[in-house]
Design a protein around this ligand. Sequence first.
Ligand SMILES: Nc1ncnc2c1ncn2[C@@H]1O[C@H](COP(=O)(O)OP(=O)(O)O)[C@@H](O)[C@H]1O
Ligand SMILES: Cc1cn([C@H]2C[C@H](O)[C@@H](COP(=O)(O)OP(=O)(O)O)O2)c(=O)[nH]c1=O
Length: 215
Amino acid sequence: MSALNPYRPGLFVSLEGIDGAGKSTQLQAVVDVLRAAGRQVVLTREPGGTEIGEKIRELLLHQSMHPATEALLMFAARQEHVLRVIEPSLLGGADVVCDRFTAATLAYQGGGKGVPAERLEALARWVHPGLLPDVIVLIDVPPEVAAQRLAQTRQRDRFEQESVDFFARVRANYLQQAAASPDRWLVVDGTQSPEAVQGIITQHLKKALQLFESK
Ligand SMILES: Nc1ncnc2c1ncn2[C@@H]1O[C@H](COP(=O)(O)OP(=O)(O)O)[C@@H](O)[C@H]1O
Ligand SMILES: Cc1cn([C@H]2C[C@H](O)[C@@H](COP(=O)(O)OP(=O)(O)O)O2)c(=O)[nH]c1=O
């Protein structure tokens, strides 16, 4: 059982980082390390993870809207996700690996777009009282590096078209959150090779799992 969330048997892991940090590249390795340890794993994402959540995701990624609307839709999608996927999985004993969670709303809508943190924190208390990931992996890269990677690869969605300044604010907010809860966060230097990033995440998760299973 977890020291942080002592009421449930599943480990909750989320991955965070600015767009282009290398999150998608590392997701499967996170799942693999847990499965190799004999755990059952549910891989999911935000915004999304449920039928309603995926519809909200489509709106969010492609329609322009006020940052407050954006934040409220993120939490609407999250409410469905927590109630239908995350909590039942954790309570049933499965680990949940989530591509982004509430830290992303604090960083993007809060740090990046100026929605007041206390409003976002109030929504978080409403939508998932007492529930936070046990481990939050932040893949940290300077926005210039992320932009260069994205330019070389894919069509950008609405969020990925934001400026380097925007991503600098998002990154700074993530780093502040991590500094405030060092026991929960792992900050990995994402400018290293994918193999090096994977090695650091794997080692950390193995230790976190040992601690979790010994409680
Ligand atoms: N450590 C790394 N070093 C160099 N390039 C990377 C690294 N990790 C990912 N990439 C590349 O950067 C781009 C964005 O990675 P991706 O995993 O899709 O990022 P995210 O999911 O965080 O937006 C992809 O082309 C990917 O191959
Ligand atoms: C969960 C979440 C995501 N986002 C943004 C970050 C991403 O740009 C976008 C989609 O997330 P994601 O699917 O993680 O993007 P990618 O894998 O392409 O990096 O939504 C927020 O702005 N706030 C949030 O709360």
